[in-house]
Design a protein around this ligand. Structure first.
Ligand SMILES: [Zn+2]
Length: 305
């Protein structure tokens, strides 16, 4: 079982990084190329492209990450609230936090990176080619941009799961329940709403009324094994891999991209940061992915129309 770990930049998945570093220790570590034309030629011939996306893609739509400096909701960072323990201790507070995040998402829209991926999926699909999208983001911006069949490693802000019967369903209600209306303000001086548990979101399955929770993978919880199996299959069969908006030493790209590179498959990283793990990859395109990705994924002259 693969468990989502508490992580901060720099401490994350350090064991994975060390393991992959060792694996590549004997290889020639030349710098990755930023030759867009060379990438585009490979892209024009790829039959099965896997795209991994992370927080950097959403950040460019103004989605708060609740990590690092200024990343607090009231007094807490996301990893203090996004745990099963926090929810069982104080479901009202955790629901306020997620309600706030859901409501914020209603004011955000997909950016050119989301749109370029969705357009590329549709276009290549018509050419009989496959573009698989794997994301750690829970904001559904890829879906809203038009991407189909998104493999959401961490679930979605807009899904709920019943604590009693386990039923999972899509939920885009605003507010998600009457008691949460107007709650969830992020200001550190805001008092907890202390909503009685019976007034928090409840299951609508017949005779259940169980407490609902956000269907996201919290820290310390296992990732969905069906999704992981599909991701593994895709990564084992892709002939080009893009890592977008997530640094290659940070989970999840740290888990997946090096294994693709180890098969000799070209991996292209689109990120604001350059990391030691970047050296394992054939390409690195530096800068905001809303700028770099549309040019990389635009129709190529050699594509069959
Ligand atoms: Zn239920």
């Amino acid at each position: 079982m693969l468990t989502r770990h508490l992580y901060c930049r720099g401490t994350v998945t350090r064991s994975l990084f060390v393991r992959s570093k060792k694996k590549y220790g004997n290889q020639d570590m030349s710098h990755p190329s930023s030759d867009l034309a060379a990438f585009r030629e490979i892209f024009s011939k790829a039959k099965h492209v896997a795209i991994l996306t992370g927080a950097g893609v959403s950040a460019e739509s103004g989605v708060p990450t609740f990590r690092g400096a200024g990343g607090f909701w009231r007094k807490w960072e996301a990893q203090q609230l996004a745990t099963p323990e926090a929810f069982s201790r104080n479901p009202s507070r955790v629901w306020e936090f997620y309600h706030y995040r859901r409501e914020v998402m209603l004011t955000k829209t997909p950016n050119p990176a989301h749109l370029a991926i969705a357009e590329c999926q549709e276009r290549l699909g018509k050419q009989g080619r496959v573009v698989t999208l794997v994301t750690q983001n829970i904001d559904e911006l890829h879906r809203r941009a038009g991407s189909k069949d998104v493999l959401e490693l961490h679930g979605s802000l807009f899904k709920t799961r019943c604590m009693s019967c386990g039923h999972e369903s899509a939920n885009h209600k605003s507010p998600i329940c009457a008691a949460l209306k107007g709650k969830g303000a992020p200001d550190p001086n805001t008092d907890d709403a202390k909503i009685p548990v019976n007034y928090l979101p409840r299951c609508e399955e017949a005779d259940c009324r169980g407490l609902l929770r956000p269907a996201v993978v919290w820290f310390g919880e296992n990732l969905d094994s069906d999704i992981l199996r599909r991701v593994e299959e895709e990564l084992n069969s892709c002939d080009l891999c893009l890592v977008v908006g997530t640094s290659s030493i940070v989970y999840p790209a740290a888990m997946f991209a090096p294994q693709v590179a180890a098969r000799g498959v070209p991996v292209a990283e689109f990120n604001m940061e350059h990391t030691p793990a970047t050296m394992q990859f054939q390409f690195h395109f530096h800068g905001p992915c809303a700028t770099t990705l549309p040019a990389a994924l635009a129709p190529h002259q050699f594509e069959t129309k």
